[in-house]
Structure formats: structure tokens, C-alpha cells
Design a protein around this ligand. Structure first.
Ligand code: GUN
Length: 289
């Protein structure tokens, strides 16, 4: 079987290009979209993500306000900053990069973000809106997964979709979105016995576990659509240190119906959809919508 490789980088470019007119229209109303990104601590992967997110916004004509705070920042100091940004009319979106240092409750911080500025879609109000089919902001990575499936022409109604991973950031919201598209959805996780037996039933596999190449080609049905959310470093061997996903990409070429590469699949989509959510936030806030 010829496997269609879904080019997330190209799709992300077209999404970003499509935002230009909306940003210009907002700027014409004196409402240039603005995104505040908060990074606490010095986690190298988070630093890269935050830099990419800020750059994507600037390229789209969105004002980017970056706040890099030391790991010793207290929860109260972070809550105070979020409060200030909530009241700042130049800031339409607020993103607090996760994970946060252990002494800060991510839940408390997320709940403090004004729901209409929560471009990550993590605030309980936005989670509830997503769960009831009335999403205000769809979290960027799950939104990217759905756009990639649509772009590849994958039919979801009546199909069995298996999501591997149950995080609040990816697994749970992507399962809700697949359900909304009328798929039969199974969520697997670390306590699922015989993961392979479940995944082999899937017409659509979304892998979001964070374990390098954990899903082997023998676990996937021939012709299935495979979306790989994992971004891992190869731990050893000749390619040690390079990026790989949660699935055995090379093993699935020729077996999957379509597949996303790592890098170049879901990652660029996550980055592209943040400016889109920020523009959406600015449109909500702008006079006359
Ligand atoms: N950490 C990993 N993914 C994300 C994301 O989508 N948003 C935020 N805020 N932090 C993350």
C-alpha cells in the first residue's frame, strides 16, 4: 500500500498565510492582536516551544509580549502577573507554558486566566464549552490533529478512532473532537492491558504518549490513518538525540493509509494554530466583533 505522508509544515504555512487579512482588518480597527507568553524556569524544550510560538505570532503581525520568569517565581507572583495581563487591553491572548515548576499549581494558574483570553483552551469554562460542542478556543495541538485528518480526507463518521494518551492538553480534548465528528472513540493509557489489541481495531490512531516509537507497525491495522503527536529524542543508537514520534514511522510507511512525520507533522500545526486562536480572541474583543 502507498502511504500518504501528511505534510504538516506545508499546511501550517497555508494557515499562517491565511491569517494576514484578518490581522490587517483588526489593525484597521486599532485592535492589533496581542499575545502574552509566560515561561517560568529554564526547561530547554519549553524555551524552544515558547520562542517558536512568539515568532509565529510576530510573523503573523500579532504583537508578542514575552515574560520569562525564574524558576523561583512564587505562585502568588505568577497570579499577579496573570491578573495584570487579564486587565491589559493590548493583550488578547495569554499562554502560560506548561509544565510549571512543582511548587506552582497549574490548575490554579489556568483558572486565573480570563476565559476569553485563554487561547490554549485549558480554562475549565473553555473545557466545558469544548465538551458540549460549543468550543470557544480549541486547544492548539488537538485542533492541529483534526485539521491534518481533514486535510488528508480521512472520513471519521462511524470509524473507530483510538487515542493513546489521556492528557488534558491532547488526549482528552482530541477524543472529544473525534466524538463530535461521529467517530467511535476509545482512549487508551498506561493502565490499558494489551494496547496492541485495542490499537489494531483502529481506523484512526492518534498517538500522544511521549514514548519514542512505542507503537510498532504490528500494532496498527493496514490502511489506518496515523497521527503522531509525540516529539521525543531517540535515546540511543546511530540516530541518538534526533527527534522521533510515538509510532514506528519507517515501519508504517507502506502499511498505514496516511501518516504524519516527526518532525514536520503535528508540531508545526500546534504553532500555527496559536496565532489563529489569538486572532479569534482579538476578533471577539474588537468593536463590532
Ligand atoms: N506544553 C506542552 N504543550 C503545551 C501547550 O499546548 N500549551 C501550553 N501552554 N503548554 C504546553
Amino acid at each position: 500500500m502507498k502511504t500518504q505522508v501528511i505534510d504538516g509544515a506545508a499546511l501550517a504555512r497555508s494557515i499562517r498565510a491565511g491569517l494576514g487579512a484578518r490581522v490587517t482588518a483588526l489593525a484597521g480597527k486599532n485592535a492589533r492582536p496581542g499575545l502574552a507568553v509566560i515561561l517560568v524556569g529554564e526547561d530547554p524544550a519549553s524555551q524552544v516551544y515558547v520562542r517558536n510560538k512568539s515568532r509565529a505570532c510576530e510573523e503573523a503581525g500579532i504583537a508578542s509580549f514575552q515574560h520569562s520568569l525564574p524558576a523561583s517565581t512564587s505562585q502568588q507572583q505568577l497570579l499577579t502577573l496573570v491578573g495584570t495581563l487579564n486587565r491589559d487591553p493590548a493583550v488578547h491572548g495569554i499562554l502560560v507554558q506548561l509544565p510549571l515548576p512543582k511548587h506552582i499549581s497549574a490548575d490554579a494558574i489556568i483558572r486565573a486566566i480570563a476565559p476569553e483570553k485563554d487561547v490554549d483552551g485549558f480554562h475549565p469554562e473553555n473545557v466545558g464549552l469544548l465538551a458540549t460542542g460549543n468550543a470557544r478556543f480549541v486547544p492548539c495541538t488537538p485542533a492541529g490533529v483534526m485539521r491534518l485528518l481533514a486535510h488528508a480526507g480521512v472520513e471519521l463518521a462511524g470509524k473507530h478512532a483510538v487515542v493513546v494518551g489521556r492528557s488534558n492538553i491532547v488526549g482528552k480534548p482530541v477524543a472529544l473532537l473525534l466524538l463530535e465528528k461521529h467517530a467511535t472513540v476509545t482512549i487508551c493509557h498506561s493502565r490499558t492491558p494489551d494496547l496492541g489489541a485495542v490499537i489494531r481495531q483502529a481506523d484512526v490512531v492518534v498517538a500522544a504518549v511521549g514514548k519514542p516509537r512505542m507503537i510498532g507497525a504490528e500494532m496498527v491495522k493496514s490502511g489506518a490513518a496515523v497521527i503522531d503527536v509525540g516529539i521525543n529524542r531517540i535515546p540511543d543508537g546511530p540516530n541518538a538525540g534526533k527527534l522521533c514520534g510515538d509510532v514506528d514511522y519507517a515501519g508504517l510507511l507502506g502499511k498505514a493509509g496516511c501518516i504524519t512525520p516527526v518532525p514536520g507533522g503535528v508540531g508545526p500545526m500546534t504553532i500555527a494554530l496559536l496565532p489563529e486562536n489569538t486572532v479569534r480572541a482579538a476578533e471577539f474583543a474588537a468593536p463590532n466583533g
